[in-house]
Design a protein around this ligand. Sequence first.
Ligand code: ZN
Length: 240
Amino acid sequence: MNSALPISRRELIASALALPLLAESLAHPLKIVVAGGHPGDPECGCAGTIARYTALGHNVVLLYLNRGEGFCGGASLSRCADIRTAEAEKACQVLKARALFGGQYDGRAIVDPPHYDDFARVLAAESPDLVFTHWPIDRHRDHRAVSMLTLDAWLKAGKRFALYYYEVAEDTMMFSPGDYVDISLVESRRRAACYAHASQQPDKWYPKQVEITRFRGGESGLQQAEAFVRHPESKIGLLP
Ligand SMILES: [Zn+2]
């Protein structure tokens, strides 16, 4: 819980409107995993959707493939894992989610049989109802890697959980979404989660992310939206 967090009037109204649904949802809370390459990726692509899920009483885990060992602003590389782990924990606190780390190393993602098995074990232990991961066509190797690891785990699990893909600013390519989540009323929480990653200089990329969600909002008749691609063979997951 984050009682110290400022809540805007609009968010309070939104929470009040969500109450009947919240009561309904708590009877059968969903487990949702949002897998990303680095600390900050799940937040970048899905923070608004995550905030909406947790407001409804669902359980969300942010699964980071690595701890961001490769870059943390001006600090020494030897400190990056600690700094960025702390930032990820803070972002998860903002979103009322839980952080989980996949044990790989930033910039050196390995996609081979033992790592497919490791990742599948990590996901299976969470028993997710729905998993979000990076869209696979992406500029960054780590993003492509986690997308492949997730797809393999989904196949191995007999497509038991719903599988959706998300986009991240400047890296995702060739993305044509078909599902939209209204994040207009949770913008302040999304921003706070992204700005928890202070070492990543969010002023440089957060405005771009807002451009994307405004554009996706325009596509779907909303003020701001996060957009997703459902794997065509995936069952339809419950989006908030
Ligand atoms: Zn990344």
